[in-house]
Design a protein around this ligand. Structure first.
Ligand SMILES: [Fe+2]
Length: 239
């Protein structure tokens, strides 16, 4: 009577565990993330800091917000300064999506080729938000706690020479930006429960990753309802 085997695979310092023997290999799920993390050399970067948050909102709203480029100039000051407006290039993958955006010249790390001075914002379906820059990798795992409550688990790794000296500054910028995101996500959660609002539409480019996430979610829910596993029986019942 052996222990139940658990599949484990990694992308840089991120360790993924999977209970489903039929799930595809991790690399087919994470798309180009592994290649981009390897090219940046993240494997050798130390853990810089960890944070957790609890937010009174549905988890999908935080994931959608993280996939949204439209709100950045309206909601964020630090992030807006950092990014070069209009440079975003988005790629949709079978199980995720990402956008590369240029870094403003004032913030390009010393010695960096300006052509490589860009940030990768991404989402691996359903709930992993990796953000990669030339000097750090930060990921947010968005955990559903209840229909109206989520938990964020955040870890950040930094490049030892150019990233680590900025560690405190980076953490402060992350906390400020995340507080701004949490404030709007909580408002969206309340707004969705207000009666009478018509459904919105997404901007074709800046919100393309949101629509992609929603399509993936609908597909996953339809598959779960069509062939529920033991752990998913409750989902079918409550529907
Ligand atoms: Fe944001």
């Amino acid at each position: 009577m052996g222990l139940i085997p658990i599949r484990v695979e990694t992308v840089g310092p991120l360790v993924f565990a999977c209970l489903d023997p039929d799930a595809p290999p991790l690399a087919t799920w994470t798309g180009a993330l592994g290649e981009h993390v390897a090219a940046a050399g993240v494997e050798a970067w130390p853990l810089a800091w960890e944070l957790t948050y609890e937010v009174e909102a549905n988890w999908k709203l935080f994931v959608e917000n993280a996939n949204d480029g439209y709100h950045i100039p309206v909601v964020h000051d630090v992030l807006t300064d950092l990014l070069q407006a209009g440079t975003g290039v988005t790629t949709l993958e079978p199980h995720g999506a990402y956008t590369w955006a240029g870094i403003n010249p004032a913030y390009v790390p010393p010695g960096e080729d300006p052509a490589n001075a860009r940030i990768r914002f991404g989402c691996i379906f359903p709930n992993l938000i990796p953000v990669l820059t030339p000097v750090d990798l930060t990921y947010i795992r968005v955990d559903p706690v209840a229909p109206g409550k989520l938990r964020l688990f955040v870890r950040s790794y930094d490049e030892p020479v150019r990233g680590a000296p900025l560690r405190d500054l980076r953490k402060q910028a992350f906390e400020r930006t995340t507080d701004q995101d949490i404030a709007v996500v909580k408002k969206v959660h309340r707004g969705l429960h207000a009666a009478g609002l018509p459904a919105g539409v997404h901007a074709a480019q800046l919100e393309a990753r949101i629509g992609h996430f929603e399509q993936r979610w609908v597909t996953a829910m339809a598959a779960a309802l069509a062939s529920p596993r033991p752990g998913q029986a409750a989902l079918a019942v409550v529907r």
